[in-house]
Design a protein around this ligand. Structure first.
Ligand code: HEC
Length: 147
């Protein structure tokens, strides 16, 4: 190994040790007003969406290892901000309708759950039947909220 490569690897290892010290917010705030959905839909949301879109995130061991932890924490805070099933009933009807529509849309397009998440979480890969179930539920819920 050349001296330069050894120095570079040493610097990288040192950097990895240093970044482990940065604090990451990995908290789960209390569940306020959880979404009410039929049991089958709730199960689907829980195993495909709740890790990023609720206060019931299960933080895996690698969520403690930088820099992966930063990506995870970022996804969860962004995810909760966009759509939070743990504060769902506090959403005004128009926001609920918008988020339900978007959910059906994103899932149909294969954008949610994100591909890299599905890669390491096989339970989040939705079958055609599950997508159809989600579609039916969002349509029905929008119907109940709408005029
Ligand atoms: C790995 C974390 C993760 C998972 C799992 C996940 N999402 Fe997301 N979701 C995000 C992030 C981050 C955003 C915000 C950035 C973006 O739009 O890509 C987002 C955005 C969204 C939005 C857009 C909200 C808006 O108004 O623009 C919807 C709707 C959504 N997700 C629905 C879902 C549904 C439904 C599931 C489950 C089938 C799901 N997501 C699973 C991370 C996730």
């Amino acid at each position: 190994m050349s001296r330069r490569l050894r120095a570079a690897l040493g610097a990288l290892a040192g950097l990895l040790v240093v970044v482990q010290g940065f604090r990451i917010d990995r908290t789960n705030p209390p569940v306020e007003q959880d979404v009410a959905a039929p049991a089958s839909v709730e199960a689907l949301l829980r195993h495909a969406c709740y890790n990023c879109h609720s206060h019931e995130t299960v933080w895996p061991w690698y969520s403690h290892v930088a820099p992966v932890s930063w990506l995870l924490a970022h996804d969860v805070s962004e995810g909760r901000r966009e759509l939070d099933f743990s504060t769902w009933t506090a959403y005004p009807p128009a926001r609920k309708i918008r988020k339900l529509r978007k959910s059906a849309d994103e899932v149909a397009k294969g954008k949610m759950p994100p591909w890299y998440y599905a890669l390491v979480h096989p339970e989040a890969r939705l079958t055609a039947a599950e997508r159809a179930m989600l579609d039916a539920w969002t349509a029905e819920a929008i119907g109940r909220l709408g005029p």
